[in-house]
Ligand binder design. Structure first.
Ligand code: PAF
Length: 281
């Protein structure tokens, strides 16, 4: 496994793979890897000849007062984990390497689907994601790119601009990896105190409870309210509890498949999760 820190170095490393027409799989990350990330790499290994994982804490997707400075940078530990799952190349550029010294005058805004859910409480976040992922796609030029479904809205945003801008990559969404107690794996779980970590699985429990209630015929508004109450009682400050169609459009018909979304804070740690609820016809 190689680690490249420059665009030039990465391009050189991928040269043979490109000329011999090997398929390149790409897993963009911000590092501090957990089993969720490693499962993305495992999926990439199944489908691709060469797997590139980027580790880059992207400053422009963090808002003011968010955790850009304190976001854990654990390259050495990440490298060991990636070697174990068969990653071929780590791309770990500096901010300077990615953005240079001149001001960036180009932005990428995906309309509509970024207006609510996380887009509302994190203004500019998805523009920052769209810009960095586009840059990374142009640098790596992968055949396939792998993203976790925990960041459901992010995945939808990426699929949208890939389609709108004809970026020649196939985007693959990988199901959420959960801890044994149901908590969706996230690098931010590491911010939780021991007590908060015990409370955190309430998010998933409330989603599963909601699924049961919906299948039993309960009204959606009532079910969403129950989730909010459960989370508030457990000590969360709820950002949003919402339901959407799988394409993130508002729900129109009763008994169609939906996705439930939660964002809630425990102390200063913001956690998100989602669950797809299916209704058999
Ligand atoms: O999901 C993440 O870790 C980041 O948003 C991504 C896709 C690597 C872009 O910085």
């Amino acid at each position: 496994m190689k680690t490249e820190t420059t665009i030039h170095g990465l391009t050189a490393s991928l040269q043979t793979a490109r000329t011999s027409r090997k398929t390149i799989g790409f897993v963009p990350t911000m590092g501090n890897l957990h089993q969720g990330h490693l499962n993305l790499v495992r999926e990439a290994k199944k489908l691709c000849d060469v797997v590139v994982v980027s580790i880059f804490v992207n400053p422009i997707q963090f808002g003011e007062g968010e955790d850009f400075e304190s976001y854990p940078r654990t390259l050495e530990q990440d490298s060991h984990l990636l070697a174990d799952v068969g990653c071929d190349i780590i791309f770990a550029p500096t901010v300077d390497q990615m953005y240079g010294k001149q001001p960036r005058l180009t932005n990428i805004t995906v309309g509509g689907i970024t207006n609510d859910l996380c887009g509302q409480s994190r203004p500019g976040h998805f523009d920052g994601v769209a810009v960095v992922v586009t840059k990374l796609f142009n640098i790596v030029q992968p055949n396939f790119a792998f993203f976790g479904q925990k960041d459901y809205q992010q995945l939808a945003v990426i699929r949208q601009f890939v389609k709108d801008l004809n970026i020649p990559v196939e985007v693959i969404g990988v199901p959420i990896t959960r801890a044994e107690d149901g908590l969706a794996l996230s690098s931010r779980n590491g911010y939780l105190t021991e007590d908060q970590r015990k409370i955190a699985p309430t998010i998933y429990q409330s989603l599963k409870q909601a699924e049961k209630e919906l299948h039993a015929g309960a009204a959606l508004s009532e079910v969403l309210l129950n989730i909010k109450t459960q989370l508030t009682d457990a000590g969360f400050v709820v950002d949003y509890v919402e339901a959407r169609q799988p394409n993130l459009q508002p729900i129109e018909i009763f008994n169609q498949d939906i996705v439930l979304f939660i964002a809630a804070k425990l102390g200063s740690t913001r956690l998100i999760d989602n669950l797809q609820v299916q209704f058999k016809a």
